[in-house]
Design a protein around this ligand. Structure first.
Ligand code: NDP
Length: 256
């Protein structure tokens, strides 16, 4: 690939890329020329994804690292390991996340904390550590993976909704402090995408038909739908795009 979307020579870390949306984004960045650092907690799943990527892109352009994004000292050690094995990061995608479905009245504070730590605090911890290097080197790209729940609430996912709304505003907070250092921070807000996280919803006929009726495009999103905007936000094609949230939702957030 040539031109403004070419990522040749850029090193990109995608958190939570052992599967799902993160894996698709990492694949898209590698297809656009980047060297990718795959990441997750489960070493076996990470190893399997890494070997698939090595077959597709060659081992020189694929690295992997396992650490828990909620553990502040593991994040510092993990980013140091990435930068010494792969090189300096030009792109970070904060994608790792979890869901927990339970009404607020029944939600234990431990579950609230776990969701907030995984879906919001992680982006602060990993983003801060990576941005230190990007700022010292004169720039970089950070993409936070939010959700339509950055803007819209739905019953039984209160902690997730709070975390993703926080991630939207963290994207703005990072922008106000880091944009002058040539670090562009933006968010992608996927609608309902068919992955392991949403498999139970896809399998529920009532929920499935609600999604189809609620989405103007009348379908679930696929992980491939997220790739184009991610490549754009990782590339020189977005050098004056700062603090934005790009909704990839088949139109869900523009209709009632
Ligand atoms: P999956 O459950 O398929 O994958 C989650 C990934 O995150 C895995 O690689 C997992 O690795 C990693 N992960 C989770 N917790 C941690 C942790 N504490 N430390 C390190 N890695 C972790 O999720 P999706 O692909 O569906 O979702 C990815 C992102 O997209 C999330 O932020 C989600 O909120 C967001 N999103 C998803 C939507 C959807 O419809 N699927 C819609 C909107 C947003 P491991 O298993 O090894 O821990």
């Amino acid at each position: 690939m040539t031109g403004i979307f070419d990522l040749t020579g850029r090193i990109a870390l995608v958190t939570g890329s052992s599967r799902g949306i993160g894996r698709a984004i990492a694949h898209g960045l590698a297809t656009a020329g980047a060297t990718v650092v795959l990441h997750g907690r489960d070493p076996e799943r990470l190893a399997a994804t890494t070997s698939d990527f090595e077959v597709a892109f060659g081992s020189a352009r694929v690295r992997s690292v396992a650490f828990d994004v909620t553990d502040a000292s593991a994040v510092v050690a993990g980013i140091a390991e990435v930068e010494s094995s792969a090189g300096h990061l030009a792109v970070l995608v904060n994608n790792a996340g979890i869901q927990h479905r339970e009404p607020l009245l029944d939600l234990a504070v431990e579950d609230w904390d776990r969701v907030l730590r995984t879906d919001l605090t992680s982006a602060f911890l990993v983003g801060r550590e990576v941005a230190r290097g990007m700022i010292a080197r004169g720039g970089g790209k950070i993409i936070n993976i939010a959700s339509v729940q950055a803007d819209l609430a739905r019953q039984s996912i209160g902690a997730y909704t709070a975390a993703k709304g926080g991630l939207r505003n963290l994207t703005r907070a990072m922008t106000v402090e880091w944009a002058a250092h040539n670090v562009q921070v933006n968010a992608i807000a996927p609608g309902y995408i068919h992955t392991e996280m949403t498999q139970k919803l896809v399998d529920d006929p009532e929920f499935n038909s609600w999604i189809l009726g609620r989405t103007p495009a009348h379908r679930w999103g696929t992980t491939a739908d997220i790739v184009g905007p991610a490549v754009w936000l990782a590339s020189s094609g977005s050098d004056f795009v700062n603090g934005q949230v790009v909704f990839i939702d088949g139109g869900m957030t523009v209709v009632v």
